[in-house]
Ligand binder design. Structure first.
Ligand code: NDP
Ligand SMILES: O=CC(=O)O
Length: 351
């Protein structure tokens, strides 16, 4: 296992700044004369998009597939850093804001990977990750030796291994790199990457991960990144269910739940998640950062992981039931904190 934390002083950095660290086989045209300064010591102003002007100094092209709540800000940060980004999303209209920031658009995942050196994919779940990677006009069709495919979606290890196997069959390299952190960390370039797979690709894409995130772990073989992500989200889902029970119980016994949020924030069980989401939960408002349907998907996948090694997880199993109830009441697209609604009497007895 290795872990790298981005220096907190890192400012917006132009992608071209990173290019001296990108191995030649990932460059469409190898760069020989680019200045070799530390990526963290260069002022963003030292480089402009015109800094690379000759044909033989073209930058690495980065593809991005899947522009939902997470993919859009992640791709946006790459564009703002000066990367040459090509985007695709099933619903084309979500590409438009990125195109107006300077991204190019292709009509299929295959066209993106065939045009790019490295492609990131941020899809909803195992089914969509497989569809986009391996389906008709899927990403694998455009991959070949010298390219890399980085799946940053949250999926299970079996899915990741399936995608990895097909990607590697094309001669390309594969990295699974699910992220911890939600909409705001994605916007702020503060995600935590949990990577596994080809170490060479990990090293190649490290500068891009550092644009989108604050910390990156390399965890070894494919499946370890997925497993780490699922364990983290299993804990998170159970914590949120427990917090919801506490808020409702405090109110029912005549306490002010807002004060409970404050009390919790002062003690050993304090967590940014409680402080961030507690105040809106008290008002029964759930602005979506992490959709409830994805949290339930992660609980389901984590329980499958636990089952595969006969590890009892009764608390997560109970929490999962609550997320299922919340989904059955139409709360799938609300934030996962809306799981609290499943504990309220009117939702426990649907019409
Ligand atoms: N939101 C969060 O806080 C976090 C989410 N994650 C994980 O990141 C992933 C993405 O999450 P998020 O951005 O929130 O989710 P969204 O639901 O906002 O976006 C999902 C993306 O997947 C695409 N998609 C869904 N089904 C298909 C399909 N069958 N074929 C092609 N594309 C498809 C959607 O396309 P379309 O626009 O056409 O619907 C969209 O681009 C998930 O795995 C989630 O668990 C990880 C960390 C934090
Ligand atoms: O997967 C969700 C997150 O917040 O991390």
């Amino acid at each position: 296992m290795s872990v790298v934390v981005k220096p907190s002083t890192t400012m917006a950095i132009l992608c071209s700044t990173f290019l001296p660290q990108v191995p030649n086989h990932f460059r469409r045209n190898p760069i020989s004369s680019f200045p070799s300064k530390s990526i963290f010591s260069i002022s963003p102003k030292a480089f402009s998009s015109n800094a690379i002007s000759k044909e033989d100094e073209a930058p690495a092209r980065v593809g991005f597939l899947g522009l939902g709540i997470m993919g859009s800000p992640m791709a946006q940060n790459l564009i703002k850093a000066g990367c040459d980004v090509i985007v695709w999303n099933r619903t084309k209209s979500k590409c438009d804001p990125l195109i107006s920031l300077g991204a190019n658009y292709k009509q299929s995942p295959e066209e993106v990977t065939s045009s790019c050196d490295i492609t990131f994919a941020m899809l909803a779940d195992p089914e969509s990750a497989v569809e986009v990677a391996l389906g008709k006009s899927g990403a694998a069709n455009g991959l070949s030796p010298g390219k890399g495919y980085v799946d940053v979606s949250t999926v299970d290890g079996v899915t990741s291994k399936l995608i990895g196997k097909q990607v590697k069959a094309t001669g390309a390299l594969f990295l699974e790199a699910p992220v911890s952190g939600s909409k705001k960390p994605a916007e702020d370039g503060q995600l935590i990457f949990l990577t596994a797979g080809d170490k060479a690709l990990y090293e190649t894409v490290a500068p891009f991960l550092d644009i989108m995130g604050k910390t990156r772990f390399f965890l070894g073989d494919i499946g370890n990144g997925a497993a780490m992500k699922l364990v983290v989200n299993m804990i998170m889902g159970s914590m949120m269910a427990s917090f919801s029970e506490g808020l409702l119980l405090s109110e029912k016994v005549g306490l002010d739940p807002s004060v409970l949020v404050e009390v919790v924030s002062q003690g050993a069980i304090s967590a940014p998640m409680f402080s961030m989401k507690g105040p809106s939960m008290v008002q029964a408002m759930y602005p979506t950062a992490f959709p409830l349907k994805h949290q339930q998907k992660d609980m389901r996948l984590a329980l499958g992981l636990a089952e595969s090694v006969s590890q009892p997880t009764p608390i997560a199993a109970a929490a999962n039931e609550l997320y299922k109830v919340a989904k059955s009441h139409g709360l799938s697209d609300q934030d996962f904190s809306a799981v609290m609604e499943a504990l309220k009497p009117r939702l426990q007895t649907p019409n």
